[in-house]
Design a protein around this ligand. Structure first.
Ligand code: ADP
Ligand code: MG
Length: 730
């Protein structure tokens, strides 16, 4: 076995060329030696306290701009790209379409303007066998870097155009070709670390080289069992060394995969711990499910539940009838009918004598839930209460007293629910609606209002399954994957600014059919009174001129809540034809007779926001229309609006959103308290994610008491890995 591994090891190209190559025997115990703990601590030493690696005060400040403060930060500041100077071609041998690296000297720099008024920069280099041109648009600053006479490497795909060999946006690097000593810069694969003003990549490279040779030996975090299973034949130290200064592209790839695994493994380990801490040893209330009573309620609905809704309700019933807290995520596209699922769960809680609370992001939605729930539960012997920041003080006091003393109420509320003075006597079930609008701490605070309440989190943002597992790794997931039958379709159209009249006519023709319309103006911040005025002004004009024959009202956050409720009520009662509104109606609102929505400045909204907005008019059996006015100046706005026009499918839109904005933007720290990923991508690295998840979860599952030495070491590593974000303790 050993021989075999050594064989493989020998084939692990390039490692030997790393100057500070360090090989740790694969089968030694992973228990930390004293010195590895010391090593770990050392990693967090501030760069300002470190001598002998060429980092002075000025450099420390510049590195701080890159968020690099400690040795560990540096070791994990990975190159973005690599230039392969180990295989340089001669220009005379270059063929069109090839991806190549060449080295030459800058001979000419041309600046001009294109017909579309972009700055065009051409920099010609010569290598004694021919010329090649680097092309840049709107990046004239590069002319200051690649001056005439500089030795430079270009890397990229070659095109033959206008009698020239060209590379557009080549990767470039200035070389110190004459200096033979400068081995870290030439003759090999050279890294390009993300840099900042004041530090050249070359300088950074020097710093990295020194840091690695001094501090590049890291304690090995993975148990041998896993290393063998995953075929990791080298140590973490080697991988870190290789990723900064690869000996070959194959060793780079292997090292990268191992580092990706490492990062995802510790993420999943944290989630496994989180899940364990939320279930094991916690005694939640056991809820009995009285089938006939629930059936009776379901029969009283004006529709039949979809198969998906039934399935999800069963999953919830099963969870809450166990003495461990439910911790479930319910995913279902906008309009798929999540509210009734929440309501049924809350009824079960009340029937069992426990309180339940649902937190929603807006007052308008809280009010709507309140009104609907109250109506549907008229005959039931428990109360429905509303708690929002606009609840009158006297009323609020009464409600607070009521829920503190006793009862089995259903409480609906906004953020007001998580205020300190809100105390429940026996909260058995907690529901968070539209989870994307809340942060992880807000959810935690609501949960902490009960002892170990069952928790249901609802989300209309559909995301791929593997991602769900990562982001919600500690949750069980239920999915409503079908829409209630009989929904009309939505036609989405982008109108030219000159086609306003046509757009208004389309709205009018719907109104004349007895339907209603929303007109949405972009978000208005509470503080932004000036803008409110301008929206109001515009709206007044629509009211008095364009739609003067119709009943029009304006809804926005500056109105008193009483006024808002009154307007919503009139809209629902069909007393109003047109509701001009800010995004206060973005989530949840349900008015079936509304079939047109006009969205002004649609480019200012994100894809999921647009999808939520459009969801307001996809509720009844009638065909509906979504009219957009947008300024498509930026590429991103263009892509966003284009995707929105093409599909209504929330799943597809979520994928597009991911593609356009990138996962970092979407799964930020705030919502789930998950640390930023440095090298892995949960979208791209799906397979490694699955493997690491299995490994991490099985370790915790097989050692529930967390007492084995391996678990202890791993948790110790987790603490070192994320000293500032103990996400597994949330
Ligand atoms: P969301 O999942 O976006 O919260 P809602 O719960 O607001 O969706 O439901 C959207 C609309 O569909 C509501 O008017 C609701 O009454 C209705 N609805 C829910 N379930 C069904 C069903 N099974 N059949 C028909 N209509 C339904
Ligand atoms: Mg909803």
């Amino acid at each position: 076995m050993f021989g075999n591994i050594n064989d493989k090891y020998n084939r692990f190209g390039g490692i030997k060329s790393t100057p500070n190559f360090h090989y740790e025997p694969e089968f030694e115990s992973i228990l930390p030696k004293e010195n590895s703990i010391k090593n770990q601590l050392l990693l967090y030493k501030p760069l300002s306290k470190i001598r002998g690696v060429g980092i002075g005060n000025a450099t420390t400040n510049k590195l701080a701009k890159l968020n690099l403060f400690s040795i560990k930060d540096l070791l994990y500041h990975f190159p973005r790209t690599y230039l392969d100077l180990s295989k340089v071609k001669k220009i005379c041998d270059v063929k069109e379409g090839e991806e190549i690296t060449i080295i030459g000297v800058v001979k000419r720099v041309d600046k001009s303007r294109t017909r579309s008024r972009k700055n065009l920069l051409k920099i010609f280099i010569w290598d004694k066998t021919g010329y090649i041109t680097g092309i840049w648009f709107n990046q004239n600053y590069i002319a200051d870097i690649l001056k005439k006479g500089t030795f430079v490497a270009y890397s990229g795909v070659v095109k033959y155009k206008f009698n020239e060999l060209q590379i557009t946006n080549p990767l470039y690097d200035i070389l110190d070709i004459k200096s033979e000593r400068n081995q870290i810069h030439t003759g090999r694969i050279i890294p390009k670390h993300p840099s900042t003003a004041g530090i050249s990549t070359k300088n950074l490279r020097r710093i990295f080289s020194k840091i690695l040779s001094k501090y590049g030996v890291l304690p090995e975090p993975l148990p041998n069992k896993i290393k063998i299973r995953q075929d990791f034949l080298t140590s973490l130290s080697n991988c870190i060394n290789q990723i900064h200064f690869p000996g070959s592209f194959s060793s780079l790839k292997i090292s990268k995969n191992r580092l990706i695994y490492n990062e995802l493994f510790f993420l999943q380990l944290g989630l496994a711990l989180r899940k364990k801490s939320q279930t094991i040893d916690l005694k939640s209330v056991v809820m009995d499910v009285d089938k006939s009573k629930i059936e009776k309620f379901i029969k009283s609905l004006s529709f039949n539940l979809t198969a998906a809704q039934k399935k999800v309700i069963n999953e919830i019933k099963e969870d809450i009838s166990k003495p461990i807290p439910m911790n479930r995520l319910l995913q279902g596209d906008v309009g798929s009918g999540k509210t009734v699922v929440a309501l049924i769960s809350m009824i079960i809680s009340s029937l069992n004598g426990y309180q339940s609370a649902i937190m929603v992001p807006t007052e308008v939605l809280a009010w709507q839930h309140f009104k609907n729930f109250k109506k549907m539960l008229k005959k039931y012997p428990f109360e429905v209460l509303l708690l929002s920041s606009s609840t009158l003080p006297s009323e609020k006091l009464k409600i607070l007293k009521q829920i503190k003393e006793d009862g089995n109420q259903i409480v609906i509320g906004t953020h007001a629910l998580i205020q300190e003075k809100v105390i429940f006597s026996n909260l058995g079930l907690v529901i968070v609606d539209e989870q994307h609008r809340f942060g992880v701490t807000q959810r935690k605070r609501l949960k902490s209002k009960g002892k170990y309440p069952h928790v249901l989190i609802m989300s209309a943002t559909p995301i791929p399954r593997t991602i769900t597992q990562t982001m919600y790794g500690d949750l069980d997931v239920s999915i409503i994957d079908e829409m209630p039958p009989g929904r009309g379709s939505v036609e989405t159209r982008l109108f030219h600014p000159g086609e306003r009249e046509e757009a208004y006519n389309l709205i009018k023709s719907e109104l004349n059919e007895g339907r209603q319309a929303f007109i949405i103006c972009p978000l208005i911040e509470d503080s932004d009174l000036l803008k409110v005025k301008s929206v109001i002004k515009e709206a007044e004009e629509l009211k008095q001129v364009v739609f003067k024959e119709y009943n029009v009202e304006i809804l926005h956050g500056q109105l008193s809540s009483k006024k808002r409720e009154e307007i919503m009520q009139r809209f629902e009662n069909k007393e109003l034809d047109v509701l001009i509104s800010t995004t206060v109606v973005e989530v949840g609102i349900d008015v079936k007779n509304a079939t047109v929505m006009l969205i002004e400045n649609a480019d200012r909204f994100g894809l999921s926001q647009l999808h939520q907005l459009r969801g307001r008019i996809r509720r009844g059996e009638h065909k509906s229309y979504c009219i957009l006015f947008a300024d498509l100046k930026t590429d991103e706005a263009f892509k966003r609006i284009n995707s929105f026009l093409k599909t209504e499918d929330g799943f597809e839109l979520a994928n597009k959103d991911l593609e356009i904005r990138g996962e970092g933007e979407i799964f930020g720290d705030r919502q789930w308290g998950i640390p930023d990923l440095k090298i892995s991508s949960i979208v791209r690295d799906k397979e490694i994610l699955e493997k690491s998840r299995k490994d991490a979860f099985s370790i915790i599952k097989n050692d529930i008491s967390l007492s084995s030495p391996i678990t202890k070491v791993l948790i110790n590593f987790l603490n070192f890995e994320y000293p500032d974000n103990k996400f597994w303790q949330i």
